[in-house]
Design a protein around this ligand. Structure first.
Ligand SMILES: Nc1ncnc2c1ncn2[C@@H]1O[C@H](COP(=O)(O)OP(=O)(O)OP(=O)(O)O)[C@@H](O)[C@H]1O
Ligand SMILES: [Mg+2]
Length: 204
């Protein structure tokens, strides 16, 4: 691998799962190669999650990542960002990664914010939408969101992430989600997501 595969998580809307998804993606990547999670959110949520030292990858702020990447070879960089990027931020994010992932929750407000963000992306931008916090059956919110997003012609990752309490516990204990009670079920979504394109190609 010549240069690290870089995946950035970004969204206009806050609280849709950028940090949680960054931690899960970095956990997936850490089984495949040297992984660095870059926390570029001033709230430092990912760094706080990592602080207990129970995560299987390194974490750095944007500033310290420069030094670290010049000293160590990484195969994967996962970049967590704050909500509401400006148009300039978006261009920079796109230029510096192989794939931009925009998490969205299956509700009207989040899908509206997603639409506003997609409009700001330059033509040909390489991005995928991750449907997160899909509520359990018989609720159909997940299915409906997938249908709507596909009808709108958006590039959606072919697997959603279920709404499960294990994520909150994982954050509270500073652990990867598969290491907390109920987390094995949650983790299945991520191992299945890793089999979908373009993630499968990027992670192989
Ligand atoms: N799949 C999920 N199931 C249940 N809870 C989830 C899931 N994904 C995220 N959460 C919870 O939703 C909340 C917001 O998630 P997170 O902090 O990852 O979002 P964010 O987009 O990074 O937020 P911000 O914009 O503030 O940085 C957290 O409490 C997190 O534990
Ligand atoms: Mg966050």
């Amino acid at each position: 691998m010549n240069r690290p595969v870089a995946i950035t998580l970004s969204s206009f809307k806050g609280g849709v799962g950028k940090t949680t998804s960054s931690i899960c993606l970095a956990t997936l990547c850490s089984a495949l190669g040297q992984t660095l999670l870059i926390d570029s959110d001033p709230n430092r949520s990912a760094s706080m999650w990592a602080r207990k030292g129970n995560l299987p990858f390194q974490t750095a702020t944007e500033m310290s990542a420069h030094k670290l990447t010049s000293q160590q070879r990484f195969d994967f960089l996962i970049i967590d960002t704050p909500a509401r990027p400006t148009e300039e931020d978006l261009q920079e994010l796109l230029d510096s990664c192989h794939l931009l992932i925009i998490p969205v929750t299956p509700d009207a407000l989040a899908i509206d914010a997603l639409g506003a963000m997609v409009k700001k992306l330059p033509q040909g931008a390489n991005f995928k939408i991750l449907v997160n916090m899909v509520p359990p059956a018989p609720q159909k919110d997940g299915e409906e969101a997938f249908q709507l997003l596909r009808e709108m012609g958006y590039p959606v990752l072919d697997r959603g992430i279920r709404l499960l309490k294990a994520y909150k516990n994982a954050a509270a204990y500073g652990k990867p989600v598969h290491n907390v009670p109920g987390g094995k079920i949650a983790w299945r979504d991520w191992t299945e997501l890793a089999k979908t394109q373009p993630l499968q190609s990027l992670l192989s």
